[in-house]
Design a protein around this ligand. Structure first.
Ligand SMILES: NC(=O)c1ccc[n+]([C@@H]2O[C@H](COP(=O)([O-])OP(=O)(O)OC[C@H]3O[C@@H](n4cnc5c(N)ncnc54)[C@H](O)[C@@H]3O)[C@@H](O)[C@H]2O)c1
Length: 228
């Protein structure tokens, strides 16, 4: 949500696709004088992806930036891991974002370029307790980012990832607003979790001309957690 809001403040018209369309986002974006289309849909359904891309092209003619942010974050220890969590995590976090990138990327190739930003995680870089499905999916996103960067750089498309530490969103609060979270914080060199606006600023930067030589990068915003 913060990413959408910051892009609107920077002058972007927005198509916000989510399992639960947010009236708050729509009101915020339009209050900035920008256009906003919210689409409710499940990213695990390929039809929903294509419909969203078609709607964006119909509304705005082209897509300059895709921020692939949909994700689920269920944590389980490996010995008690369930097929349900594995399948959903892969379907949303990895397959969903890959299919969205493919559908949007094809339009970017036709229209002369664009910027794709995939939300990964520190959990895709280092191993963390209870992160079997989530960490594996996020590692996949980092590699998917590199693959598309390699093939699509020639089309003026830049594909990059962002890997945050724990961010105080709904997902961050759900998993880490507890004793485990307090203990985890002490292992981060900067001794704190991140704020949604800090990740939004990374996305805006990667989409901007200031980052025009970033392609296939993984911008790690983790207070130093993954340095050792
Ligand atoms: N919060 C953190 O600590 C943290 C850290 C690193 C990476 N991330 C990643 O950042 C991204 C955003 O997470 P967040 O913290 O804002 O979590 P969040 O739960 O607040 O947001 C995730 C969004 O994904 C949507 N979503 C879930 N399943 C979907 C589906 N099947 N189809 C369409 N949309 C779906 C949800 O409706 C929700 O709006 C995720 O990819 C997450 O893995 C979060």
């Amino acid at each position: 949500m913060e990413i959408t809001k910051m892009f609107a403040r920077k002058g972007a018209d927005v198509v916000a696709f989510d399992l639960k369309a947010s009236k708050e986002v729509e009101d915020y974006v339009t209050a900035q004088g920008r256009k906003c289309q919210t689409i409710t849909g499940d990213i695990t359904l390929t039809d929903n992806i294509q419909k969203t891309v078609d709607a964006a092209i119909k509304a705005f003619g082209k897509i300059d930036v895709l921020v692939n942010c949909a994700g689920v974050g269920f944590l389980e220890i490996a010995t008690e891991s369930t097929e349900k969590v594995w399948d959903l995590t892969m379907a949303v976090n990895l397959t969903g974002s890959t299919r969205m990138a493919l559908a949007v990327g094809k339009t970017m190739i036709e229209k002369g370029g664009g910027s794709i930003i995939n939300m990964a995680s520190q959990a895709g870089i280092v191993a963390l307790e209870r992160h079997l499905a989530y960490g594996t999916a996020k590692a996949g996103i980092i590699q998917m980012t590199k693959q598309l960067a390699l093939e699509w750089g020639q089309y003026n498309i830049r594909t990059n990832a962002i890997s945050p530490t724990i961010i105080l969103t709904q997902m961050g609060e759900m998993n880490w607003n507890n004793e485990k979270g307090e203990a985890f914080k002490k292992t981060i060199p900067s001794r704190r979790f991140g704020y949604p606006e800090e990740v939004a600023a990374c996305a805006v930067y990667l989409a901007s001309d200031a980052a025009r030589l970033f392609n296939g990068a993984n911008l790690v915003i983790d207070g130093g957690y993954t340095i050792c």
